[in-house]
Design a protein. Structure first.
Lengths: 368, 302, 292
């Protein structure tokens, strides 16, 4: 089995009168693990359903390898799928479930039993062949679903939030296992999830969706460090957003007014607006530096500590920015021994390093 | 005879948002029509055509006009039968409610083993043919039947009472036949009440009587309505029991329609009587549905 | 919540419990009496429900040639009479044939229609659903008379085909209702999964959908059987001299010839119903326990 590329070209999909997928094009490479990440209602599951053939797009083209499958019947697509709640056939044993795709493809008895055994070994469920799905735990059912989806060696595997029903520990174990199996079989995976950590851990690339549109596609590190819009910036990882105004250039640097009294400087190339326009300043909590108040510098704003929390590996402090209509900023730094250096009520300086700032045009949608 | 089961309004279920384009969860139009075609043919030939023809005949036989209806409305006998039918149906419904509610309550609230016993006592008559049950009542009520035997044995009566072929006999036997259709919907409604609601009420200081009046009774009303509707409309059109247990003095619409069909062979008039009975039935259904409009569908038939 | 409040609440609760206990003791005699009364009423109602049916059993074994209760001697004469009378035998056979054929046709037609109702989309669907259920609502006397008048000129009265059509029409709503209910409980994702595994619509239906709605289909089939076998109103009108169902024969004999043979036949009908329902119960229990 070798993975094949999946190409989505300009896909539109309407339910009744509502557009749920709008002009989405994604090229998934052969053997790639691609996640469709987005909040519920973003169209990611609908996209998956269209690849599986359970929905037909209103416009656009879907192909696997060189095959155009846009209007192909679901049972002729040769695309494996793991459903959200596994969708194991409750009246069939584990072995019968796994054998089902092979029976549909009219494999011989001997080959079916060989392949089922091999698959059971792959998902580490030897000895469970004669159990009914309801006699298995959630994690075991998950593995059976995976085995059933892969047994016919499809070039593409679709997974629809397969781990969402499991608890955190089990989820992490299975994430690693799914990755391992995917790498071994070199199958192309399109993985739907709303869990950004899951997407970051497992994917080669992530396609972030919102409101039926593709917001950004790229490697996990790209999305984290170089979000191209405010939505992705807010959806992947934690992000502080502040309003500001672009004043203009000064000595080769862009000057942005944050409050009445404070301005920030940053490289001109990062500014997506014209002088005089408002924009959104984004900064990650771990990039926010906070120190005891000792005067005024251009990259620094005065704030007041609202809360100081210890969350295990890190300290989190919430700072209200002075003169910025009660805007509270989150800062996070490693808890390397000692005690929390800040107390609520302290007045502090908040420092914005120029390279840590991300600037977006003001009217862009932000993730909640 | 109707057998135990649930009628949920098929249309009552909120439709999931369905796509403009194709969705595999939904069967395509052609396949749907193919699946429905046999039923369509069956109902068309076995139901719509005969019933339509019967109703139509009331206007055409023996000749075009409303003569059949005029006759129905001008003959006091027929009007009396119609009113008696509605009265009897109402009494049967009320009696079923009076004896059905306690049974439903017992089934819903008793210990599991006891409630299964009560359930068995309800299902046994339900699964027995109405014909058999009517026959049983003949045996019990006839001149030399069980009741007269016992009464004369006790010396309470000197000669057998005339119990059979009376309106009372019809009401008694019909109540016996129809009461399961009252019990099961009420039981269904009572069972659907979460037990912690009762515990909560008790915890808030309600005694048993208050729990019943303020919690169980109001929440079981949809079941009560469904049961009443079902017993009422079944009683309106019931043929077997009144035909066997009733006499000329307790003639009901169903028996009258039967007579007109097989004895007088006046099919036009039978059609008119049927139309009237059907209209009354539909009126009752609409009335009940109005009352019950907040609840879902026709709800339960047994 | 403050500790003071906690304590106050606990104290009040303890007080309440004491009150409850004492009032329970005070009320115990009255409570006993009222629950005894309630028990008695319930018992009386249950007797009313069951006794008329149970009475038939001893009657069918009674030796007197008229109805007497309690019977003085026991005999199997009436069963023998029932079994040896060609008219009764013919009527029974006719009824069984009709009931089995009706079960089959109503189950198939009803299941197909239920799928269309539950999963399909077509114009006039809700109207058609109402129409499908209307044989349950419309007075059976109207249906019976209508069918009799319509079928007589077509030579469909008093014969197998006429009964099959009429009884299937009466039985189909039960099948539609039970199967639609089963389909609504059925997770359609399983069907998608089957198609994803390479099954076409038809194979997906037989290998995945049908096994999972079996209980609904079986219930529908049993209801259909009883709806036909126990049916008396349409049978009364549609029967002919030749084609006569067991219920029509019984109807006639109750009116003209009230012998204990009818008690024996009643027992046969009742026991048949109980066996069929019992079998369904066992089947359903097996299905559900197999999933545990």
């Amino acid at each position: 089995m070798k993975g094949e590329a999946v190409t989505l070209e300009q896909i539109d999909k309407n339910f009744a009168k509502t557009a749920v997928v709008r002009n989405v094009s994604i090229a998934v490479q052969a053997g790639e693990f691609l996640s469709l990440l987005g909040p519920s209602g973003s169209g990611k599951t609908t996209l998956l359903m269209m690849i599986a053939g359970f929905e037909t797009p209103n416009r656009g083209r879907i192909s696997v390898g060189a095959r155009d499958i846009t209007f192909e019947a679901p049972n002729k697509r040769d695309v494996g799928m793991v459903f959200q709640k596994y969708a194991l056939f409750p009246h069939m044993t584990v072995a019968q479930n796994i054998a089902f795709p092979l029976r549909m493809r009219r494999f011989g008895k001997a080959e079916i039993s060989d392949r089922v055994d091999a698959m059971l070994a792959t998902v580490q469920l030897e000895g469970f062949a004669d159990r009914l799905p309801l006699q298995l735990s959630g994690g075991q059912q998950q593995r059976v679903a995976l085995a059933r989806a892969l047994v016919a060696e499809p070039p593409v595997l679709l997974m629809d939030e397969p781990l969402s029903a499991l608890d955190k520990k089990l989820r992490e174990t299975l994430q690693i296992e799914i990755k391992r199996i995917q790498k071994n079989l070199a199958v192309t995976v399109v993985y739907v999830t709303h869990d950004q950590e899951e997407a970051l851990t497992m994917s080669d690339r992530i396609a972030v969706m919102a409101d039926g549109e593709l917001m950004q596609i790229g490697a996990p590190t790209d999305l984290y460090h170089r979000p191209t819009n405010a939505f992705v910036a807010g959806f992947i990882g934690k992000m502080n957003f502040l309003d500001g105004e672009y004043l203009g250039q000064d000595g080769g640097e862009a000057v942005i007014r944050l409050t009445e009294t404070a301005t920030l400087k940053c490289p001109v190339s990062t500014v997506p607006a014209a002088a005089g326009q408002r924009l959104t300043i984004a900064i990650r909590p771990e990039d926010v530096a906070v120190r005891q108040c000792d005067g005024f510098s251009p990259q620094c704003v005065r704030g007041r500590i609202e809360a100081a929390l210890f969350v295990g590996a890190a300290y989190v402090i919430l700072v209200a920015i002075e003169g910025h209509s009660g805007k509270v900023l989150e800062a996070r730094f490693a808890a390397t021994g000692g005690s929390q250096p800040f107390v609520p009520g302290d007045t502090v300086d908040v420092i914005f390093e120029p390279h840590a700032l991300k600037l977006f045009a003001s009217q862009q949608r932000q993730a909640a | 005879m109707t057998k135990p089961m649930k009628i949920r309004s098929l249309t009552g279920r909120a439709a999931a948002p369905m796509p403009n384009g194709l969705s595999a969860r939904q069967y395509p139009l052609g396949l749907s029509l193919l699946l429905i075609a046999p039923l369509f043919l069956l109902l068309g030939f076995g139901f719509i055509y005969p019933v339509g023809r019967l109703l139509g005949q009331s206007f055409f036989a023996p000749e075009l006009g409303l003569d059949n209806y005029r006759r129905l409305l001008e003959t006091s006998l027929y009007l009396r039968v119609l009113i008696r039918t509605i009265t009897v149906a109402f009494v049967v419904m009320s009696a079923s409610l009076a004896i059905g509610y306690p049974v439903a309550l017992a089934m819903a609230r008793l210990r599991r083993d006891l409630s299964s016993l009560v359930m068995a006592c309800v299902l046994l008559p339900l699964w027995t043919s109405a014909l058999v049950r009517s026959y049983a009542w003949i045996v019990i009520l006839q001149r030399r039947g069980l009741v007269n035997d016992v009464l004369s044995g006790l010396g309470l009566i000197s000669e057998p009472l005339k119990l059979l072929y009376t309106e009372g006999a019809v009401i008694l036997a019909m109540t016996h036949v129809l009461v399961p259709f009252m019990i099961l919907p009420i039981y269904g409604a009572l069972r659907a009440i979460p037990p912690d609601l009762v515990q909560a009420a008790r915890n808030l200081g309600a005694d048993r009587v208050n729990v019943f009046i303020r919690i169980l009774l109001p929440l079981s009303l949809p079941g009560v309505f469904a049961g009443c509707l079902m017993t009422f409309i079944l009683a309106l059109g019931f043929y077997v029991t009144p035909a066997l247990v009733g006499g000329p003095s307790s003639l009901l619409m169903a028996t009258l329609i039967g007579q007109q069909t097989t004895e007088t062979l006046d099919w036009g008039f039978a059609g008119a009587l049927s139309t009237v009975l059907l209209l009354v039935t539909l009126l009752i259904v609409i009335l009940f549905r109005k009352v019950l409009s907040h609840s879902r569908g026709i709800s339960n038939v047994a | 919540m403050s500790p003071d409040l906690d304590f106050a609440l606990a104290a009040r609760q303890a007080n309440n419990e004491e009150d409850n206990l004492s009032s329970r003791r005070r009320l115990s005699v009255r409570a006993c009496l009222s629950s005894a009364a309630a028990g008695f009423v319930l018992f009386a109602i249950l007797l009313f429900l069951v006794l008329p049916i149970l009475i038939i059993f001893p009657m069918s074994f009674g030796s007197a040639s008229y109805l007497e209760f309690p019977p003085r001697g026991l005999t199997l004469n009436w069963y023998q009479h029932y079994l040896s009378d060609p008219e009764w035998r013919a009527a029974t056979l006719f009824s069984v044939k009709i009931a089995i054929a009706t079960t089959f046709s109503a189950t198939v037609i009803g299941t197909l229609a239920a799928i269309a109702f539950a999963r399909g989309r077509f114009p006039g669907k809700s109207l058609f659903q109402a129409l499908t259920l209307s044989p349950m609502i419309i007075p059976h006397i109207v249906i019976a008379v209508a069918v009799f008048i319509a079928f007589s000129p077509l030579n469909l009265s008093g014969n197998f085909l006429g009964f099959l059509i009429a009884h299937t029409m009466l039985a189909v709503p039960y099948v539609v209702l039970t199967v639609v209910a089963a389909l609504q409980r059925f997770d359609t994702t399983l069907e998608l999964a089957a198609m994803n595994c390479g099954a076409g619509r038809i194979r997906a239906f037989f290998s995945v959908v049908l096994p999972n709605i079996r209980v609904g289909v079986a219930s529908g089939a049993v209801f259909a059987f009883l709806a036909s076998f126990d049916e008396a109103t349409v049978a009364f009108f549609l029967s002919g001299v030749e084609g006569k169902t067991i219920t029509r024969k019984m109807f006639e004999d109750i009116d003209f010839n009230l012998t204990p043979v009818i008690a024996a036949v009643s027992v046969v009908l009742t026991v048949t119903s109980l066996i069929v329902m019992g079998a369904l119960h066992l089947f359903n229990r097996d299905r559900t326990s197999a999933h545990r």
